[in-house]
Write a protein that binds this ligand. Structure first.
Ligand SMILES: [Zn+2]
Length: 407
C-alpha cells in the first residue's frame, strides 16, 4: 500500500480543462493557475516560436497539466477545428525554474463514422429540427436533410405526427468528440403513406448528387418554395379576394409566404434577372426569367442581394434578397408569383406538376442500383430490409445494362 501511495504522489498534478477567458494572453492565463512568472516567461518564449500568440482566442478550450511544485508538464490549446497547439516540458538537466519546452502545432486526428438515425414527427417534436434534435443530432443535419428533399417535400406545411425519417450520414469524430457532419449518404422520409428516398451518388467525372431509388435525379426544375425552411402559405392564389391594403376585391396572382423580415429569398430555378429594384406597390422586387417560358417574381423585399440586377445569371437556390414589407404590404411576407408564357399561374400547382428529374444514364444504372440498395440496407431499423433484399437487388439490375441496340 505504501508503495502505491508514493507512486500516486509522484504522478500527482493538477489538471485544468477550461476555456480561454476574454482578453487573456497566454501569460495571464498561466499565471492565473499559479505558475511562476519565470516559468511563464520560458514557456511563452518557446510557444511563440511555433504559434502566433496574438491568435489566442477567447472561448477556445485548453488543457493544462501542472505538477504540484508548479512546473508546467503539458499544455494543449485548440487553435481551430483542425489543429491544436501542444507544449510539453522537455526532459533536461536544467533547474526547474528554467524549463525547456517542446512546442508543436498538430492536426487533430479525424475519423468519419457512418451513422444512421431514425426519428418521427410527434406532438413533442412537431418540426423536423425538433425531431432530429430528439435523436441527439443537431439542426445542421436537419437543414441538410430538408435540402435533399426540397423539391419534394415542404417541411413547414406538410408535416404530420407519425411522419418518419431515416438518415444515413457521415459524422466527423475528432479525438473522440463530435467534429461536424460530412455528407448525407442516404435519406428516407415517409409522410402521408408516401415514402421518398434519396441516395447520394457521383457519376464518373461529375459532382455527387441525390437520386431516388429508381435513379432519377432529386433535382427539380423549381424548388418547392423560394424560402429555405420556414415558409407558411398565408394567402393562396385566387382570382378574387379583398386586397388587405386597398380593401378592394382583386385577384391575388401569387402566393404569400409568412416569414420574418430578413429571411433569405432564393431563386426557385436557374435563370436571368429581368428586373431588380423598386416596383411601386410591389416594393423592392426581383423578376427572373427561366427556361420553358417561365418567369418568377419576388415582391416586398427588404433588400435585394448584392450583384442582383437586370441581366444577372442565377443558379437554382441562389440568394436574391431578403423578406420585407416594402410597397403595399401590411407586414413582412414574401409575395411570390409564377408566370407561364406571360400568364399568371398558381405556383403551388405548377411546382407540383413538374416532371421528376433526369435519370441516371442506362450504362451507370446497374452500379447505381447496387449502391442505393447497399445504402438503404444500412438505414437504422433496417429490419424491413433484410440481407436477402440486397442480394436480389443486384441481379434485378442486370437488364438495365444496355444491350446492343438499346436506346
Ligand atoms: Zn400577396
Amino acid at each position: 500500500m505504501a508503495v502505491a501511495s508514493v507512486q500516486v504522489q509522484e504522478q500527482a498534478a493538477r489538471l485544468i480543462e477550461a476555456r480561454v477567458p476574454r482578453n487573456a494572453t497566454l501569460a495571464s492565463l498561466l499565471k492565473a493557475h499559479q505558475v511562476s512568472d519565470e516559468i511563464v516567461n520560458h514557456f511563452v518564449e518557446s510557444a511563440r516560436k511555433r504559434f502566433d500568440l496574438r491568435r489566442l482566442r477567447a472561448e477556445q478550450p485548453y488543457r493544462l497539466q501542472v505538477s504540484l511544485d508548479g512546473a508546467i508538464q503539458e499544455f494543449t490549446y485548440q487553435i481551430d477545428a483542425d489543429r491544436f497547439l501542444k507544449v510539453v516540458e522537455a526532459a533536461t538537466q536544467r533547474p526547474a525554474e528554467q524549463p525547456e519546452f517542446d512546442v508543436q502545432v498538430l492536426a487533430y486526428e479525424k475519423q468519419k463514422a457512418l451513422v444512421s438515425i431514425r426519428g418521427e414527427i410527434s406532438a413533442a417534436a412537431p418540426s423536423l429540427i425538433a425531431a432530429v434534435n430528439a435523436t441527439g443530432e443537431n439542426i445542421m443535419l436537419a437543414l441538410e436533410f430538408a435540402r435533399v428533399f426540397e423539391g419534394e417535400v415542404d417541411f413547414a406545411n406538410e408535416l404530420q405526427p407519425g411522419d418518419a425519417f431515416e438518415i444515413l450520414f457521415e459524422k466527423v469524430v475528432r479525438e473522440g468528440h463530435f467534429g461536424g457532419y460530412g455528407d448525407i449518404v442516404a435519406a428516407r422520409f415517409t409522410t402521408g403513406g408516401h415514402t421518398f428516398e434519396a441516395f447520394r451518388y457521383a457519376l464518373a467525372g461529375q459532382k455527387a448528387d441525390y437520386y431516388d431509388r429508381d435513379g432519377r435525379s432529386m433535382r427539380r426544375f423549381f424548388l418547392k418554395s423560394p424560402l429555405k425552411f420556414e415558409p407558411r402559405v398565408t394567402s393562396g392564389f385566387s382570382f378574387r379576394r379583398v386586397h388587405p391594403v386597398l380593401k378592394t376585391a382583386r385577384a391575388h396572382r401569387g402566393v404569400d409566404y409568412g416569414a420574418p423580415k430578413g429571411a433569405p429569398v432564393l431563386s426557385v430555378a436557374s435563370g436571368t434577372v429581368v428586373r431588380a429594384g423598386w416596383t411601386g406597390g410591389g416594393g423592392n422586387a426581383v423578376f427572373v426569367r427561366h427556361d420553358n417560358g417561365y418567369e418568377t417574381r419576388y415582391l416586398h423585399l427588404s433588400a435585394i442581394a448584392q450583384g442582383i440586377r437586370g441581366g444577372s445569371r442565377l443558379t437554382q437556390g441562389e440568394l436574391i434578397g431578403k423578406v420585407g414589407s416594402t410597397g403595399l404590404s401590411t407586414g413582412p411576407h414574401l409575395h411570390y408569383e409564377l408566370l407561364k408564357g406571360g400568364t399568371h399561374v398558381n405556383p403551388l400547382d405548377e411546382h407540383r406538376k413538374l416532371p421528376p428529374g433526369q435519370p441516371i444514364p442506362g450504362v451507370h444504372r446497374a452500379a447505381f442500383l447496387e449502391h442505393s440498395s447497399r445504402a438503404a440496407w444500412r438505414f437504422a431499423g433496417s429490419g424491413d430490409h433484410p440481407v436477402g433484399r440486397l442480394a436480389r437487388a443486384v441481379p434485378a439490375a442486370q437488364p438495365a445494362v444496355p444491350a446492343a441496340g438499346d436506346n
